[in-house]
Design a protein around this ligand. Sequence first.
Ligand code: V1S
Ligand code: CA
Ligand code: ZN
Length: 393
Amino acid sequence: SPSCPDGPKRRVCYYYDRGIAGVDYGEDHVMVPRRVDMAHALIRSYGLLGDMSRLRTRPATYDDISAFHDRGYADLLGSLTPEAFAGGGEAELTARSFNIGEPSKKEDPRSVDNPPIAGLWDYCCRYAGGSLAAARALAAGRHDIAINWSGGMHHACRDKASGFCYVNDIVLAIRELLAAFARVVYVDIDVHHGDGVETAFVDSGRVMTVSFHQGTTDFFPKGRGKLQDVGVGEGLYRAVNVPLHAGMDDEGYYGLFQPIMEKVMEVFQPEAIVMQCGGDSLSGDPLGSQNLSIAGHARCVRFMRSFNVPLLLLGGGGYTINHVAACWCYETAVALGKEIDDDIPQHCYDGYYQSQGYKLHYPVKKGLKNDNTNHHVTQTKNTVLRNLAELAA
Ligand code: V1S
Ligand code: CA
Ligand code: ZN
């Protein structure tokens, strides 16, 4: 079979749906679905589309979504419109009870986490449909790596929205993979804890969830992802949490990521990997305070790819849209085993990259304080490795 310098050539498939670009969380909202369109345009401008199969699929159905989500919640998602919500009455109350528009009326409507957006159901079905199709492509053995940058909505719960996430496409995709593979590892490098995914599989012996996240007091989702949260029942030691302080750099991050994921792969022997590549762990993100470069973020993707196990790459957070688009484009090249030029080609969104000198790799914050002491990092690593060793015993 054909090979590249780092092993066999990977068959990569890619999902992109232009119906997602126009979704609007609201003028002041930090979540901008257009960043996926920007990533796509960049990927196209580098000529990478020719190296991948394009996944054309149907949107997820009500049955697909209610395989995990509560039917009452799915019904609400399917019927809610901004007009019905604004009209008050039953629709508004029901939406608020599912954390859409927030439970409290006191909230400033411009800064609601989960607004009742126009085209909500269509949006959910499209990004979830992409992750499901990507999982099916891996399960059928047709591809080695599948990508959906519009997915990765890791906070959505069975019966409520949370953290800009309405439907948990990751849980749906993992369930699909479990029909074909005995064990699945989920690894989440978004700056937030992957709470919705961890909760869904916390007692499962077949899914191991690993989240690296900012774990400072009050950081969203508050109280989740503690080092001591290790799973329950059949899932004991199969939930891994790596909380970090602000200012983490590439070297410190990889110094944790590499040995932990190496051990995870050794003790759990997964048949498939799902990786949430949230771009809010990148330097300069307005919500996160980590200091990763695109190269540092992508190094984690490259490491997971090196195991040659079917790999599903998903998006997630990321609120400096030019940085996120550049990152996901570079990670698409990593998936393909290609090195791409640092100069951003001319394309429809190139003006967005002026602040980074039209280069893919923008500089991290020089002199930013790293609150992760060597002592703290070593202790965290040793605790996680000790827990994982329980599975090897
Ligand atoms: N941190 C943070 C943050 N910022 C916002 C926000 C900002 C502007 C808006 F117009 C609307 C919302 N919300 C939050 C967090 C949620 C973060 C979700 C991250 C999602 C992900 O990257 O992991 C994956 C896509 N929400 C909160 O902190 C909750 C509040 C406690 C404060 C904010 N208000 C709006 C709700 C309650
Ligand atoms: Ca995370
Ligand atoms: Zn996030």
